[in-house]
Every structure is written in C-alpha cells, then in structure tokens.
Design a protein around this ligand. Structure first.
Ligand code: F6P
Length: 334
C-alpha cells in the first residue's frame, strides 16, 4: 500500500503512551506521503463518522499527555458479525484504505474481524493489564506499574507510622501482572494473583511472622481478577482465630488513578516504535497482525497468535517472586 489514507483509532481502556503512538503513526504516515484520519471514540467513531485528518497542528503537544486525544469506547456494535460488516462498509465510505487499532484483547478481536473482511488492519497492543499474548509489553504497562509502585510507597509511609497492614487492590482484569510485578518492585510481602491459587494459611503466617518480628508494616497486593478487596478481607478475617487480626488492616483500592498520568520514557518509546512499525507494516501490505515486543525487538505477529490466547506469568518472574520471598500462592496454575 503506498500513498494511501490510513485511519487510526484507540479502543477499550485508555493507556498512557497511546498519544505518543498516535503521533508516531501520523508522522510516519506523513513521511511516506499518506493521509492520516483520526477516528474518535474508538470503533463507535467509524459508525458515527467521527473523523478528522491529523496534521502537525493536531499532533502538537500530545507526546507527554496520558489518556488518548482520540478518545475511546468499548463499542458494543462490534460484538456481532453484522456490526463488523457494517463497520467494514463505513470504513470504505470514509475512504480509509488501511486501519491501525490501538487497544487490548477485545479491540484487537474487532481488528482481526475487519482484516478477515478484507480491510488492511494492523493492531498495536495498548492496555495497562499486559495480558496480551505474543508481546512482552503493551503500551501503558510501564507507566501504570510506576504509578502503582509510587502509590504503594506512599501507602507504606502511613502504614509504617501506624504499624499497619495494607491490603491494596490493583487493576489488571484477569491478569496478575500488575500485582505481581509491583509487589516485587515495591517490596510487598504478598501478591494475590488470579493465575496462582492463593494459600490463605501461608498469607496469614507471613503477616503474623512480620508482626511478631516487630516489622512496622506489611503490604498485600491483590489483583482485582481474584476478587474485590472487601471480599478478600472477609476471607482473611475468616482465616484468623477470633476473626480479628493482631495488627490493624486497612484497605485501599487504587482504581482508575492507575490508568492516568504522564507516559514514561519507556511507554513513549514503545508508542513510537509500535506506531512507526504499524505504518511500515501497512505500507508493506501486512494485515491481520499486531506489533509486538519480542526479546526487546519490535516485530509483527499474526493476530491469530494473540486473540483468545492466555498469557501466563513468565517463569523467570515467578522464580524472582519466590526468591525474593513474595508470597504469591501455590505453584499450581488454575
Ligand atoms: O483493561 C484495562 C482496565 O483498566 C482493567 O484493568 C480494568 O479491569 C478495566 O479496564 C476497567 O474498565 P472501565 O474503565 O471500563 O471501568
């Protein structure tokens, strides 16, 4: 594909680094004499005709902004074959000859369906959850993990001052990546993640031992994919004698603060690398694929290798958690 019109949209949960990726797509496309049409509000923008040509002005000052200037949505109309057919027709009417989709699993499923219907499409993994198979990292993960780590550091300040235990719920949908990696980087004692069966007896034992050792704080990071923090607290209480802890426990649910913020250097670079590669892929007639990071290098992989595939925590990460004495559960994958 040469000198064509490329559409770009961001879909699903926003992720810091989407804007640097949009910028990289537009700049690379312009460098190759292509037009770039920004589609607002995710896939909904295709149906609703929310398009605007991206030029140097619209790209100014976006590299350091979190979220997505294109805005995003979880578009229900893409859930049905008829909806995808309709989107395919609308893209043609809008004069779009190649499409770049930034998002997570659901968004890239839509991308694959459009590609199957003859629309040239390249996906870019962008989701703080880091749950997409086939790529070591997705856009937004680095910023989110840094944010979580800094927030846990702050919580530890107050935990220490009151000699408390904190149960902190983090995002990640069905993935424990955010909880596990930030447990390691923030020095938490326990990571409760959906991929491994938690062992309540051992969790209580870890907390008890720390209290007996006069440690001034304990941090438990809970992935939302296991259950909500209130429910986990109830389960913890049920597992201790008399239903009461020897140490005060407080709950913090970090929530959407994890998704915002200025993209880190890593996420800006990843956005730049993936954005550039997606355009180069389209120009080389690649379709139905996704940009990916593999052994530190950018590459394109088939969306069939991504969609519906479960990403397990890397064995090195599990070993690291074990050797650093983070209690993460039994080594039996669910
Ligand atoms: O997929 C990103 C994510 O932030 C998940 O971690 C979380 O479960 C979900 O999106 C929240 O979605 P929403 O913003 O629609 O509540």
């Amino acid at each position: 594909m040469t000198k064509k019109t490329i559409g770009i949209l961001t879909s699903g949960g926003d992720a810091p680094g989407m804007n640097p990726a949009v910028r990289a797509v537009a700049r690379t496309a312009m460098q190759h004499d292509c037009r770039v049409i920004g589609i607002s509000n995710g896939y909904d923008g295709i149906f609703d005709g929310l398009t605007e040509e991206l030029g140097t002005r619209s790209l100014a000052s976006i590299i350091d902004r979190g979220g997505t200037i294109l805005q995003s949505s979880r578009c229900k109309r893409m859930y049905t074959p008829e909806g995808v057919d309709h989107a395919r027709r609308r893209l043609q009417e809008l004069g779009i000859q190649g499409l770049i989709v930034l998002g997570g699993d659901g968004s890239l499923t839509g991308a694959r369906e459009l590609a199957k219907r003859g629309m040239p499409v390249v996906g870019i993994p962008a989701s703080i959850d880091n749950d997409l198979a086939g790529t070591e990292m997705a856009i937004g993960v680095d910023t989110a993990t840094n944010t979580i780590m800094q927030l846990v550091d702050r919580i530890r300040d107050t935990a220490r001052s009151h000699r408390r235990c904190f149960l902190i719920e983090v995002m990640g949908r069905n993935s424990g990546y955010l909880a596990l990696t930030t447990a390691i980087s923030s020095g938490a004692s326990v990571a409760v993640i959906p991929e491994y069966r938690y062992n309540m007896e051992r969790i209580i034992e870890v907390l008890h031992r720390r209290f007996q050792d006069a440690r001034d704080n304990s941090i438990v990071l809970l992935a939302e994919g296991v259950c909500g923090a209130e429910m986990f607290m109830e389960r913890m209480k049920a597992a201790v004698p008399e239903g009461e802890f020897e140490q005060e426990v407080r709950i913090t649910v970090l929530g959407h603060v994890q998704r915002g913020g200025i993209p880190t250097h890593f996420d800006r670079m990843l956005g730049a690398r993936f954005g550039e590669m997606a355009v180069m892929g389209l120009l080389a007639s690649e379709t139905g694929c996704m940009t990916a990071l593999s052994k530190g290098r950018t590459t394109l992989i088939d969306l069939d290798m991504v969609i519906g595939k479960k990403k397990h925590p890397a064995p090195e990460l599990i070993r690291l958690a074990r050797n650093l004495q983070v209690e993460y559960g039994d080594a039996v994958e669910l």
